[in-house]
Each structure stands twice: as C-alpha cells, then as structure tokens.
Design a protein around this ligand. Structure first.
Ligand SMILES: C[S@@+](CC[C@H](N)C(=O)[O-])C[C@H]1O[C@@H](n2cnc3c(N)ncnc32)[C@H](O)[C@@H]1O
Length: 267
C-alpha cells in the first residue's frame, strides 16, 4: 500500500487532533510530524506517541522543502505514511506542492482537517469570518523594514470594508517567535520612517495569544495599548479590524476588553 495523509494537529495539543486523524495515524506504517510552520507549545510528543502506540519522527524544514523525495515520498511509495502538521495542514503552509508531487508519483493523498488560526479568530473575537480580507505575515525585524506590500494589503482590505489578520513570523527550529510587542513597535517605527499612512497610534488593533488553548488571552484597543500588555507567550497574531457590525463592536467590548472610546470611528 502507498499513501500520504496530511493530518492537522489543531491549535492546542494532541487532543485537538480529530478522531479520524488519530485513527488514520494509528493504522499508518510510518508517522512523521513537521513542527516548523507553527508552534504548539502545549503539544506533548510523548502523549502523542502513547495515543498512537507508535514512534513519531520529527522532520526538519529541509526534509520537507529540499529533501522531500528522500525523506517522505520514497517511503510513501511503499508504505502508508501519515504526516502531522500544526493547525489545519494546508492553511498558511506550502504543503500543497508536496501533495501534488506525491499524486504525480501515484501516491494516494488525503488531508484530515483540524482547527486553524484562520477560522479560530472568529470564535476568539466575535468578528465575522466572511468580513476578513487578505491575510498578511509580519516578518522578523532582522529582515529589514516591513515590506510596503504589507501596508498596502491592510489599506486595500480597509478600502473594501474587510478586516486584516496579521500572522507573526515564526522560526520554530531556532525557537524564535515574533511577539505582538515587537510587531507593534516595528509597525509604528516603519510607519514613522516611511509614511505609509496606514498605522497610527490610535489604530484599533486586536492582539491574540495562544488561541484555542486554555491560556488564550486577547486584548482589543488602540495599537499602543497592546504594548506591554501581559499576553500569554507565543504563538501570537494580530487583527486590524475595519468597519464593525454592531454585534462585532459589542463582542470586542465583552470578549476582547475593548473600551467604548477605542471603537469610535469604527462602528
Ligand atoms: C504559518 S501559520 C500556520 C497556520 C496553521 N497551519 C493553522 O492552520 O493554524 C503560523 C502562524 O499562525 C499564528 N498562530 C498559529 N497558532 C496560533 C495560536 N494558537 N494563537 C495565535 N496565533 C497563532 C502565528 O502568527 C503563527 O506564526
């Protein structure tokens, strides 16, 4: 038998894998996991192995991006292979190319979904998911100024009345995760230097930490209110809301601790 199953790990820990995902992994000959596209701080690999009664081999970024033929596809040509991926497997990852390569080699593939940051933001904040526009990623500051395109996407989303989700850069292999505090400082200082006219000190912004876990912590307010706020440790994301429906505005106050005056001009 030959197959490659991409199984979502969800947002929290081994308990956020679907029962279908667990069943497929249990029946696989080989179980792999990549943990570099996001960060699941509360995942226990020991518990996962116990649940499956199998060893789980952790792959490096290079194993997926440069050596996937050797490290994954050759195995999946002869055996049933499961690959665990943080969140929902194909969301904000580049694994579709691996899936296509496998299909072209005659390997049957499937995707077992799980929770994703992309949809969890709606339950976490009360913002309506169909009112989100293009998602952006804010890079680490060592890569220089935040590209102009990031500011343009926020502006374009706002022009057509859509909220913007900002993912924050992650380099799990080096244990580096961009925080809300660092991202806010960088956005404000790049805005000051480059004059994009998008981010100002009173801009309504939501900071989200550890969404989906028992330690989730969220704060909506002026972007400067997020500086030094005691979020949980990463993973972190941010949202730049635009025009709010009155229920969204109520949710930001009740669920996300926004002050009424922070929402002026948005309702
Ligand atoms: C490249 S995306 C991968 C998304 C994943 N495949 C999914 O479906 O959720 C990783 C980024 O999503 C955001 N993220 C992931 N999990 C999160 C969480 N539990 N809380 C807040 N942000 C999260 C962080 O900004 C992180 O750097």
């Amino acid at each position: 038998m030959s197959s490659l199953s991409f199984i979502g790990l969800g947002l929290y820990n081994e308990k956020s894998i679907s029962l279908q995902g667990l069943e497929i992994a249990r029946e696989s000959d080989i179980v792999l996991a990549e943990l570099y596209t996001s960060y699941l701080p509360e995942l226990s690999l020991g518990n996962l192995s116990d649940l499956l009664n199998k060893d789980v081999k952790i792959l490096k970024r290079a194993d997926l991006e440069e050596n996937s033929k050797e490290k994954i596809l050759k195995l999946a040509l002869k055996k049933n292979v499961s690959l665990f991926v943080p969140g929902d497997p194909m969301v904000a990852t580049t694994h579709v190319s691996l899936r296509l390569q496998a299909e072209k080699m005659g390997i049957k593939t499937r995707v077992i979904n799980s929770s994703s940051i992309i949809s969890a933001i709606s339950g976490a904040t009360g913002l309506q998911i169909y009112k989100f526009g293009r998602t952006i990623t804010i890079p680490f500051s060592e890569f220089g100024p935040i590209p102009r395109s990031i500011f343009t996407f926020i502006k374009e989303n706002e022009r057509i009345g859509l909220h913007t989700l900002a993912l924050l850069d992650v380099d799990a292999e080096k244990g580096k995760y961009l925080t809300i505090d660092e991202a806010v400082k960088k956005l404000l200082s790049d805005e000051k230097k480059m004059g994009h006219g998008v981010v100002h000190e009173k801009k309504l912004t939501i900071g989200l930490s550890r969404v989906g876990s028992n330690r989730m912590r969220i704060k909506a307010g002026k972007i400067t209110d997020l500086l030094n706020y005691e979020f949980e440790p990463p993973p972190h994301s941010m949202i730049f809301p635009t025009k709010l429906h009155f229920i969204e505005a109520e949710a930001l106050q009740i669920i996300c601790n926004a002050e009424k005056e922070d929402l002026e001009g948005y309702v």
